[in-house]
Design a protein around this ligand. Structure first.
Ligand code: 13P
Length: 274
């Protein structure tokens, strides 16, 4: 069944655990996430970003996810990842998404709060949860890197969550989208301070490549949702390459192998939620 993320994130925060959100953009990615969740017997968050609109429309993804979630025994959240355009938020919610992220990190704080509050007001009446973000990260496609980071400021987080009414907050504490150039180093003291100020479950983007022990520590302190994409996408590509080298030449076989590979990687992350 499709649900919003409010109760799930509160529950995971209470337990000091985090629920993974996997980026999905076609049937195979959705099926991989649901198979992994079924095997691990955990809820799961399917995250589709604006950047994937060239792969599928909000409506197509919502129809696929709703149909597959109906046959699924555990809660599934259909989340809009990193959305900068409020019209896309409206479109996704109307299509059936149950959770949205408004990314106003490019705006001055006051304007970010104003826009986020408008999204919250729109979403609340439709039983949809809202994730906000404060601080700066490199783009979701993994371009750029550590030089783009602007760590989240706890005092701004207090103002932002109180005035916008978001259900959860994505933070920048050393996490990077894509491949880490060196050892990932999370600022856990800052993470704890931001959580204390924000008083909502925190979200850690860019979790590919972060040692699972560090993710567990972040969840014990503050983080109830982790975002994972690169490890899955690169794992699938690596598997396709190996299959091609082994002489497989048919696309349906490559797609099935990629789905199996993604299911395994997603399962490893879902075990962090237990
Ligand atoms: P990675 O691609 O680094 O795993 O990050 C995914 C993400 O944060 C999507 O919002």
């Amino acid at each position: 069944m499709l649900v919003n993320s409010r109760e799930l994130l509160r529950e995971y925060r209470r337990r000091g655990r985090c629920l993974p959100a996997f980026n999905i953009y076609n049937l195979e990615t959705i099926r991989a996430a649901l198979t992994a969740a079924r095997q691990e017997e955990t809820p799961v968050i399917l995250a589709f970003g604006e950047g994937y609109l060239s792969h599928a429309s909000f409506k197509t993804i919502a129809v696929l996810a709703a149909q597959l979630a109906e046959e699924h025994p555990l809660p599934v959240v259909l989340h809009l990842d990193h959305c900068r355009d409020p019209r896309h938020i409206q479109e996704a919610v109307e299509a059936g998404f149950t959770s949205v992220m408004y990314d106003g990190t490019g705006l001055p704080l006051e304007e970010n709060i104003r826009q986020t509050r408008a999204v919250v007001e729109f979403a609340r009446g439709r039983d949809v949860t809202v994730e906000g973000e404060l601080g700066g990260m490199n783009p979701e496609d993994g371009t750029g890197g550590e030089e783009d980071l602007l760590f989240t400021d706890p005092s701004q987080a207090r103002i932002y969550t109180a005035e916008s009414g978001v259900d959860s907050l994505a933070v920048s504490v050393g996490n990077v989208h894509g491949v880490y150039r060196g050892e990932p180093r999370l600022d856990l003291d800052r993470l704890a301070a931001v959580y204390q100020a924000a008083e909502v479950p925190l979200v850690l983007h860019g979790c590919s490549g972060i040692p699972h022990g560090d993710i567990r520590r972040a969840a014990e302190l503050a983080v109830a949702k982790i975002n994972v994409n690169t490890e899955i996408a690169m794992g699938a590509a690596g598997r396709v390459s190996r299959e091609l080298n082994a002489g497989i030449k048919r696309y349906e076989k490559l797609a099935a192998a990629a789905e199996k590979e993604m299911t395994g990687i997603m399962g490893d992350f879902l075990r962090l939620s237990k």
